[in-house]
Design a protein around this ligand. Structure first.
Ligand code: CP
Ligand code: NVA
Length: 301
C-alpha cells in the first residue's frame, strides 16, 4: 500500500512500471465499449472515494470510469457537502474514511490538506490536484508523448505561460524521467523557488521553443487564483500565447499539449489546439489509463 502524492515522491522504477502497465491496459481494451470490465477485474471488491473541493470534468470522470472498468466501486464526494467543509478536521476525516473505503483520491486547495489526509489515512491517498501540483496529469502527458514519439528522456519540453501547479509536476517529472524542461513566461509568474534547478528559463518565447519536441501551456488563471487578478495576469501572459507563429519555431514534428480545460484563443489559439501538432484529447484519454495504473500501484494489485 502506497500513496501517490507527487512525481518526485515515487521512485523512477515505480513511475516507469506505472506507465508500462497503463500502456498495456490501454492496449488490452482497445475498441471495447467503455463499460467493458478489464480482464481479471483487479479492483474487484475495492471501494474508492473521490473527493473534490474544486470543479473537475476529466479527473472526476476518468477516475470514476477507471475504477469501474477495474471492477471496483466509487463514491464521488464534494468537499463542501462533507463535514470536512464544516469544521471537521482532515485527520478525523481521513481516519473515518479509512474505515469505509480502500483508496482515497482528493482534489483540494492547500497541499497541506493532501499531506494530512495521507498522514492520517490508513489507506492509500492519491493527489488529484492541489494548488501546488498535478501529478496524475503529467503521468498521462508522458504516456501520451511516448505513444507518439518514443522515450521522453533527452527530449526538449517547453512550457509557455504561468509557472503554476501543472508546470510544477512537469518540473518534478523532468528530474525523474530525464527530459530537458524550459520555462518561458513573465518573471512575476515564475515557478516557485523550490523547483529551481529542475528547469531552464528563457524569457523570449520564440527563442525558448527552438528545438522543442513538446510545447505545453495551461490556463492563465488557475482555480486557486483570485478572479481579481485575471486582467493583470492576462496582460502579463499575452506575449506567451501558443499560436502558429510560436509553433513554427519549434521542431517541425513537435507536439502541443494542454491539460484542459482551455480558454481558447487566450493561452493557445484554436488553430494550434485543433492543428496537426496537438494531442490534447489523447492527453485527456490517457488520464484514464495512467490513473488506472496509479491506483493498482497504490493498492499493490
Ligand atoms: N486536466 C484536469 O485535471 O481537468 P479537470 O479539471 O476537468 O479534472
Ligand atoms: N492549473 C489549472 C489546472 C486545471 C486542471 C488549475 O489549477 O486550475
Amino acid at each position: 500500500m502506497t500513496d501517490f502524492l507527487d512525481i518526485h515522491k515515487t521512485s523512477k522504477t515505480d513511475l516507469r512500471a506505472i506507465l508500462t502497465q497503463a500502456a498495456d491496459m490501454k492496449e488490452a481494451r482497445k475498441g471495447l465499449p467503455k463499460g467493458t470490465p478489464d480482464a481479471g477485474e483487479p479492483l474487484k471488491n475495492q471501494m474508492v472515494a473521490l473527493i473534490f473541493e474544486k470543479p473537475s470534468t476529466r479527473t472526476r470522470v476518468s477516475f470514476d470510469v477507471g475504477v469501474r472498468q477495474m471492477g471496483g466501486q466509487t463514491m464521488v464526494l464534494s468537499g463542501s457537502d462533507m463535514q470536512l467543509g464544516h469544521g471537521e478536521t482532515i485527520a478525523d476525516t481521513a481516519r473515518v474514511l479509512s474505515r469505509y473505503v480502500d483508496l482515497i483520491m482528493i482534489r483540494t486547495f492547500e497541499e497541506q490538506t493532501l499531506l494530512e489526509m495521507a498522514e492520517y489515512a490508513t489507506v492509500p491517498v492519491i493527489n488529484g490536484l492541489t494548488d501546488r501540483t498535478h501529478p496524475c496529469q503529467i503521468m498521462a502527458d508522458i504516456l501520451t508523448f511516448e505513444e507518439h514519439r518514443g522515450p521522453i528522456a533527452g527530449k526538449k519540453v517547453v512550457w509557455s505561460g504561468d509557472g503554476n501547479n501543472v508546470f510544477a509536476s512537469f518540473a518534478h517529472a523532468a528530474g525523474q524521467f530525464g527530459f530537458d524542461l524550459t520555462f518561458t513566461g513573465p518573471e512575476p509568474l515564475d515557478p516557485e523557488p523550490a523547483l529551481d534547478g529542475l528547469y531552464n528559463i528563457e524569457r523570449d518565447p520564440q527563442k525558448a521553443v527552438q528545438g522543442a519536441d513538446l510545447v505545453v501551456t495551461d490556463t492563465w488563471v488557475s482555480m486557486h487564483d483570485p478572479q481579481s487578478a485575471r486582467e493583470r495576469r492576462h496582460n502579463q501572459l499575452r506575449g506567451y500565447q501558443v499560436n502558429d507563429e510560436l509553433m513554427a519555431n519549434a521542431k517541425s514534428d513537435s507536439l502541443f499539449m494542454h491539460c484542459l480545460p482551455a480558454h481558447r484563443d487566450d493561452e493557445a489559439t484554436s488553430a494550434v489546439m485543433d492543428g496537426p501538432h496537438s494531442v490534447i484529447f489523447d492527453e485527456a484519454e490517457n488520464r484514464l489509463h495512467a490513473q488506472k495504473a496509479i491506483m493498482r500501484h497504490c493498492l499493490g494489485l
